[in-house]
Design a protein around this ligand. Structure first.
Ligand code: BES
Ligand code: ZN
Ligand code: ZN
Length: 487
């Protein structure tokens, strides 16, 4: 989508259709020109409610407020309603919240995110014809605006929304089209396009690095594993950040096989790794003055004669031994080794990992929210805050010493599952904490994205399927780190 900002007033812009956001049901606002028709159509201007007046070339959408969350969702729903229709160009005014240009960023994100649909496997895809968006500086509350500042927000929004859609495409791709070697190819291609560095470890190198836990998970698959390392390394970086993603291109559960209904959608178990790729793409394009490393453990968890088994004891990269009691708790095994590798390769100021790690997280906080864990209150708080600022939902899930004990093994250093059926998101997080070095302990946060990564209905600016969760929140966090850090 091509997005243009212009000082022209709305009346002077030529476009196939005009988008009008009706804020807080204020149908008397000067932007609302079709009062009678809207009344006839029983348009109540509820959040995300859309009314298309074809003959007037106007599309109306309701937003409860001028906050980024409401405007983003409203814009996305309006664009979604135009899908399959013949409009090629759209014009829209500017909506600021108390003069803040952040709402403009949210609106542009909403337009691009709402325009997304995954049609790769449709023999007759429904085209998104909307290509040109013109935004007038005519503002909802007649507030003056600095066009350069506004243009910067539009530019950032485009990069971030495109990166989110890039992540969505990877996650939505089927397991037979996107297996570990393909993940590595996507990373290499991204590196070439965006000026990142990319190193890929194949099985021989992974063995050399002694990633015994990851290799065990990968063993039964015909698709061999890859460990991917992408890096953005500007001169004089203000901070160094490592991002680690769970990239299970398919999770059948292994010998602790998932029931049929639970296996469907497990192509989405690569969402953490795919989010890391999207974040790296955005960071490179924004050229943030921080050093960012993205590590992805790309593995397929399958069954077969060579499969790893419940009762096996694995040796992770840091030498810790793990008793396997359930082969479906594989993500933490892969992450254990990749976390160790990341810490060996890079001394970071912040470490974040993203994983569709537990069904328990979805049970606990629902489909739309990520669970943020770690040893440091400050780190959890910061991550949650920036997620909310970026328009994602996240909440802290606190560790405790009682749950930690439930991971005890009689025969190895630790078990890969807890001995209690409750608190599964937290025990998984506490398992990971065993693979964080002492000097990184308070610099690490674990984000369980099992809920929002893949949802089988549309919600706000997110489509059916992959949402690209993690991209917006992390880019926002990294932008803040880049602004505030003096290395
Ligand atoms: N990939 C799943 C977690 C998951 C479940 C993600 C639902 C998205 C939606 C993970 O590998 C898994 O299977 N976890 C088990 C852990 C259990 C065996 C301790 C789970 O959550 O049931
Ligand atoms: Zn699993
Ligand atoms: Zn999994």
């Amino acid at each position: 989508m091509n997005i243009e900002l212009t000082p022209l007033s709305m009346a002077d812009i030529d476009a196939d259709i005009e988008l009008i956001i009706v804020v807080d049901k204020d149908t008397d606002h000067r932007f609302v020109k079709d009062k009678k028709l809207l009344k006839k159509a029983a348009f109540g201007a509820a959040q995300d409610e859309v009314c298309l007046l074809v003959s007037k070339k106007h599309i109306y959408v309701g937003a409860d407020s001028l906050t980024g969350v409401d405007i983003r969702s409203a814009a996305a729903n309006a664009v979604r309603a135009l899908k399959g229709k013949k409009y090629k160009s759209l014009k829209v005014a500017t909506y600021l919240n108390k003069g803040c240009t952040y709402t403009l960023r949210a609106m542009v994100e909403g337009i691009i995110l709402g325009g997304y649909s995954f049609e790769k496997y449709k023999s007759k895809p429904t085209k998104q014809r909307l290509k040109h968006i013109t935004i007038s500086l005519d503002e909802y509350n007649k507030q003056p605006m600095d066009i350069d500042k506004a243009a910067l927000q539009v530019h950032k929004a485009q990069i971030i929304a495109d990166a989110t859609n890039f992540t969505r495409d990877i996650v939505n791709t089927t397991p037979d089209d996107c297996y570990p070697a393909v993940m590595a190819d996507i990373a290499k291609h991204l590196a070439e396009e965006s000026g990142l560095k990319c190193k890929v470890l194949k099985p021989k190198e992974i063995k050399k690095e002694k990633m015994g836990a990851l290799l065990a998970v990968a063993r039964a698959s015909r698709h061999t594993p890859r460990v991917i390392h992408l890096s953005h390394t500007p001169k004089n970086p203000k901070a160094v950040i490592s991002l680690i993603g769970k990239g299970l291109t398919y999770d059948s559960g292994g010998l602790s096989l998932k029931p049929a209904d639970y296996m469907v959608t497990m192509k989405s178990d690569k969402s953490g790794g795919s989010a890391v790729m999207g974040i790296m793409k955005a960071i490179a394009e924004l050229d943030l003055p921080i050093e960012v490393h993205g590590f992805i453990g790309a593995v397929e968890n399958m069954i077969g004669g060579d499969a790893y088994k419940p009762d096996d004891v694995l040796v992770a990269k840091n030498g810790k031994t793990i008793e396997v009691r359930n082969t479906d708790a594989e993500g933490r095994l892969v992450l254990a080794d990749v976390l160790c590798y990341a810490q060996q390769e890079v001394k970071a100021d912040y470490i974040l990992d993203f994983a569709t790690l537990t069904g328990a997280c979805v049970v606990g906080v629902g489909h739309y929210t990520s669970g943020v864990m770690g040893n440091s209150e400050a780190m959890k708080k910061r991550v949650v805050q920036e997620a909310l600022n970026a328009g994602e939902l996240a909440t802290a899930l606190d560790f405790n010493r009682h749950l930690k004990k439930t991971l005890k093994s009689e025969i190895a250093d630790i078990c890969n599952i807890s001995n209690t059926r409750y608190g599964g998101a937290i025990t998984a997080g506490q398992f990971l904490s065993e693979f964080i070095d002492e000097d990184h302990a308070d610099k690490w946060a674990h984000v369980d994205i099992a809920g929002p990564a893949f949802v089988e209905h549309t919600w706000a600016e997110n489509p059916h399927g992959a949402s690209g969760v993690g991209v917006r929140m992390t880019v926002k966090l990294l932008e803040k780190i880049a602004e505030n850090s003096a290395h």
